[in-house]
Design a protein around this ligand. Sequence first.
Ligand SMILES: C[S@@+](CC[C@H](N)C(=O)[O-])C[C@H]1O[C@@H](n2cnc3c(N)ncnc32)[C@H](O)[C@@H]1O
Length: 431
Amino acid sequence: MAPGVEVRVLAAQVLDAVVHRGRSLKSELAAALPRLPDPRDRALLEAIAFAALRGRYRYEPALRGWMQKPPGAHEGPLLALLLAGCAQLDALQLPAHAALDATVEAARALGRPHQAGLVNALLRRAQREGFPPADPAGAWPSWLRERIAAAWPAQAPAVFAASAQPGPLWLRVNRGRIAREDYRARLEQAGLAAETDPRLADALRLDAPVPVAALPGFDEGLVAVQDGSAQQAADALAPEPGARVLDACAAPGGKAAHLLERDPALELLALDVDPRRLPRVEDNLRRSGVLERAQVRAADATMPALWWDGFTFDAILLDAPCSATGVVRRQPDILLHRREDDLAALVQAQARLLDATWALLRPGGTLLYATCSILPEENAEQVDAFLARTPDARAVALPEEFGHAAGAGRQRLPGEDGMDGFFYARLRKAD
Ligand SMILES: C[S@@+](CC[C@H](N)C(=O)[O-])C[C@H]1O[C@@H](n2cnc3c(N)ncnc32)[C@H](O)[C@@H]1O
């Protein structure tokens, strides 16, 4: 199969799994990308998949309107291939003949030769007539759109707009291995310009994305990819040198690695309830050169009787499971998969995690509650309710550089300061 055709075949398979079978974009791409040896083909596959998911709210109604009969339940692969075709013509503006030929050929390669003519006709019509104008709010399910508009009336249009655009590439320089300015010079030698940000001591920002393989010293752990908002966790928690730290929800390990890069003398226990995610934690810590400093364990943080040794922690990072509504620009499939019913369960799980981990904190210790959500139920309201039922907890204010004041914490909205949406609240236990 010609490589251009294989990219379209894989794009259709990834999109079919994500759109019609509830699979995550990240895991589907992780499985599909290694099948393409050429990095340019891998970049194209990613670009098509992201653009198709971001534009689906415009492409799908137009396609359905142009079809003579509605596609049946077994037509998932056809619809997915058509979405991939629309993304190439519209968002990616690929030369029409190449995009059309390869996508029509992909219909044959997908075992649908009888639909190659239909794919050709529909994509030619898309090319001629185009799609309705973009309305980034239209990509969000109405229940989420309404909650965000109610919580952030002035900022909601900017939230929707930022969530429809790819973010910059934020790097975290491993200060245990190289000074940031020295790494910036290495990037420059490789032809990559990077900016610093006054809020972030270890960060460099590249406005044009590059594959990690193009980053000097990536494999040796000189640098990792981590959004600026996520890098602020280390500043907000700021454990004392050599402190005993619990990272209660650690996978894939980005924040644990950052804490240890800053202070290899920390005594850090990284927990995650999902054992399948622990190899990623270990890989990330190993690449950063800090794996032997950490203890990594599969365990449920809400059930300390099963794993806790009885010694309290000086500092706890609770980077809780959440709706991920602050990172839609990096994971557009969140808008497909999130259900209103999930939210109540997440809010309950977060409350249980707060109560259970609070009991493990020493008097005078700090717990940092963090989410990549922008919904008050998971953030300001969650922390207010915790403070109301926990007499020995008080909030310690975070500075403005963490975003808008939101109850006892701070909220950055997606795209603000070029970063992901994130919430942080710093909680201190009475002595
Ligand atoms: C937002 S992610 C953490 C990201 C991580 N801190 C980082 O910076 O790379 C939330 C994690 O919480 C884990 N989790 C959910 N419930 C948990 C529980 N009860 N105990 C421990 N981990 C849990 C999930 O498996 C998921 O990996």
